[in-house]
Design a protein around this ligand. Structure first.
Ligand SMILES: O=C(O)CCC(=O)C(=O)O
Length: 327
């Protein structure tokens, strides 16, 4: 098996159980196991308020991102909107509208990033990635509460997940982290992913270390959703800023940050008025191949004979992946 530590991930034996996140034990078990949970009853009634609010901000500020501001092959994330005012207003709108309902599910989590993810028709690829790490993933977990503002299907670009991948791929991830997956053809990965179609107003909660992607929106209507990144209320949130690189590793400056850090954030550098230096580190930056990724995710279990698959609950995510591989 590849050694996760030498590849920049935290060695699994260094990771304890992450602090509990969800009030509901079944949802917690699912999050621990697969990396994502959903509850049919978690319907947010604020869809119109959020959609109208998004349109109102866009109308006030001259539209959503203009094509010269972002590559429209990809989804449009308001967290990197060309106008900091858009980011700030989106954050305030999402926090005031969603946070009270989300508190019913999460145990003492606070918002760090609030992001509208817009896919106009014909655009919106999100290649395989893990979200930025913003906590010490050895002992904690940040989550993205992802809320569909329209019915999200694979046709309009719903997400798909590599089940269980959050468990052995924990670490420090900044702007460079997407590179780990650039050596893997999306077409080779797609059959191994679990599609997550989500009706309007429903939410899923994912561990930010989970590998996921989403295809373009092939319909005639925009696909609008929210990614709301939440962190444990009692501990600092971090940003891992790339400040250099050599053949062996990325040089990283670590910052302890507040949400406003991201309102004036450009290509990996945030607003230092809302950050305190918290050390430096070097993080290896491998480009994985598909076999290597699956080996890491399975933690060397892929060779288990099928007869041994009566699974303790924490292993189901990996087993699900293995059965897809075998099937
Ligand atoms: O909305 C999407 O399609 C992708 C968003 C995403 O990657 C995320 O919320 O982590």
């Amino acid at each position: 098996m590849l050694a996760p530590g030498s590849l920049g991930f935290l060695a699994p034996e260094r990771c304890g159980d992450a602090r509990r996140c969800l009030h509901d034990p079944e949802l917690q078990e699912r999050l621990d196991d697969v990396g994502l949970c959903r509850r049919p009853a978690a319907v947010f009634e604020q869809v119109a308020e959020l959609t109208d609010g998004f349109d109102a901000i866009a109308a006030d500020l001259g539209g959503t991102s203009s094509p010269e501001d972002y590559n429209s092959t990809y989804a449009e994330f308001t967290i990197i909107h060309s106008q900091p005012d858009f980011r700030r207003r989106a954050f305030e709108l999402i926090c005031s509208t969603l946070q009270p309902s989300i508190e019913r599910y999460l145990i003492d989590y606070r918002p760090l990033v609030a992001n509208f993810v817009n896919k106009p028709p014909g655009t919106g690829v999100v290649p395989a990635h893990q979200n930025f790490s913003v906590v010490d993933e050895a002992v904690e977990r940040s989550v993205s509460v992802w809320v569909a503002l329209v019915d999200c299907t694979m046709a309009n670009g719903a997400m798909a997940m590599l089940d269980g991948s959050h468990r052995n791929l924990r670490g420090r991830r900044g702007m460079w982290a997407y590179q780990a997956f650039t050596g893997i053809e999306q077409e080779a990965l797609d059959p191994l992913l679990t599609p997550v179609e989500v009706p309007a107003g429903h939410a899923v909660i994912l561990d930010d270390a989970l590998v996921h992607s989403s295809p373009p929106n092939l319909t005639q209507e925009r696909r609008l959703a929210i990614q709301f990144v939440m962190v444990p209320a009692e501990t600092p949130a971090y940003w891992f800023q790339q400040v250099g690189e050599d053949e062996a590793a990325i040089e990283v400056a670590v910052w302890e940050i507040e949400p406003q850090f991201f309102f004036d954030f450009w290509h990996g550098d945030g607003d230092e008025r809302f950050a305190k230096p918290a050390g430096t580190m070097r993080v290896p930056n491998p480009v994985l191949e598909l076999d290597g990724l699956l080996d890491l995710v399975a933690g060397g279990e892929a060779a288990d004979p099928p007869a041994q698959r009566s699974d303790p609950p924490r292993r189901r995510g990996v087993r699900g992946l293995i059965s897809k591989l075998l099937g």
